[in-house]
Design a binder for this molecule. Structure first.
Ligand code: PMP
Length: 390
């Protein structure tokens, strides 16, 4: 049996050791971690709904009406009225014929690929896709081919190279560690030309981007063609938990019949689905939240550019600073933490070698003053870390 300790030690020496921290407060912009208060810029709770009083009430009401645990998989007796009603709401909101709930986005991505593809088929992916899309290739048995990040010539070359079997092109709609967006209209046109499926993972766009928070896919291609599969998560902007897939009736029925990650797992608590119906209403009516969030994004980018911070090409609430070296990214994260600010330190293998970064996420709950405080601390700390390294 392999001794596990040396590999853990190597990871630590390479500054790649990951550590959990324990929240003592609900998710939000002012949180307590391991007993210390912080101003947080690292959740995906982009609209600040995770602890919204209306959601807390809806969750309690859901628990009273439907109980806490679902008690079974959807295909046994786990599929409650709360799940069914939410699926109908999501289908109406996305303008797609049907929607299907999955327990997590990770499982949804695995489930889509494994239902649509098999050995001999091809999964074509952006190089910077989320790990769940990459892992999906393994469960499906399909060949994995990757193209250069958002590069349509590279994608077209990959598609032309497929000579047999079915093809699924999969992309993050908003890239989780970069914050930039996939050119989905061009991708849909290419997929149409090559008779391929297109899977858009709108985990970070749904609720945040587009009219009424309809997401990046909808803002680019409207309701989309029948070969376009939408996956979005409910644990980010919607503030609850879970994920869904929306598409044609035939697609959803195929997932129900064949997705292993749908069939062989317990349905999410119905109370969570019930609370998500309220979250969806808040998202639909949340133009003020999105306007405020966009103002914060502009404020951050303008000041960060003046401070010559290494901004990336993102107009979304994900505003990473590309530091490069993992030890330096850790140093910058630690400097912020010492001054009461939390931001995500992202290192390989989550991002490519040499592309470590600070992942700053903005939320509609932040005030302009809080963003200014972040910028003040960042400006000084970034220079200190850079000077110490040179
Ligand atoms: N896709 C993307 C792009 C993500 O960022 C994430 C979550 N980090 C997922 C899928 C997985 O979603 P979940 O957390 O619901 O499993």
């Amino acid at each position: 049996m392999r001794d596990l300790v040396p590999a853990l030690e190597r990871r630590r020496q390479q500054h790649l050791y990951r550590q959990r921290q324990t929240l003592g407060t609900p998710q939000g912009v002012e949180i307590t971690v391991d007993g210390t208060p912080y101003l947080s810029f690292c959740s995906n709770d982009y609209l600040g709904l995770a602890n919204h009083p209306a959601l807390v009430r809806a969750l309690a009401e859901g628990a009273r009406r439907f109980g806490v645990g679902s008690g079974a998989a959807h295909l046994i007796t786990g599929h409650s009225y709360a799940h069914q009603a939410l699926e109908e709401d999501l289908a109406a909101f996305t303008g797609r014929p049907r929607a299907l709930l999955f327990s997590t986005g990770y499982m949804a991505n695995l489930g889509i690929a494994s239902a649509l593809l098999r050995r001999g088929d091809t999964l074509v992916e952006d190089r910077l896709n989320h790990a769940s899309l990459i892992d999906a290739a393994q469960l499906s048995g399909a060949r994995l081919v990757r193209y250069r990040h958002t590069d349509m010539d590279s994608l077209a070359r990959r598609l032309s190279g497929v000579s047999s079997g079915d093809t699924l092109v999969a992309t993050d709609a908003v890239f989780s560690m970069d914050g930039d967006c996939a050119p989905l209209a061009d991708m849909q046109a290419l997929c149409n030309r090559h008779d391929a499926w297109l899977l858009a993972d709108d985990a970070h766009g749904f609720g945040v981007l587009g009219e009424q928070g309809g997401g990046w896919l909808k803002s680019q291609v409207g309701e989309g063609a029948a070969n376009t599969v939408l996956m979005a998560t409910l644990g980010k902007a919607l503030g609850t938990f879970g994920a869904f897939v929306a598409g044609s009736d035939a697609l959803i029925e195929t997932l129900v019949q064949q997705s292993r990650t749908y069939v062989y797992t317990t349905a999410t608590p119905p109370a969570v689905a019930w609370a998500t119906r309220t979250a969806l209403r808040l998202v639909r009516e949340g133009d003020d939240l999105r306007t405020h969030l966009n103002e914060l994004i502009k404020r951050f980018r303008t000041a960060a550019a003046q401070l010559e911070l290494p901004l990336m090409a993102s107009l979304t609430p994900i505003q990473p600073l590309q530091v490069g070296d993992a030890a330096m990214a850790l140093g910058l994260g630690d400097a912020l933490r010492r001054q009461g600010i939390l931001a995500g330190v992202i290192r390989p293998p989550t991002v490519p070698e040499g592309a470590a970064r600070l992942r700053i996420t903005l939320s509609a709950q932040h005030t302009p003053e809080q963003v200014d405080r972040l910028l003040d601390v960042l400006g000084k700390s970034y220079r200190e870390v850079m000077n110490a390294a040179s």
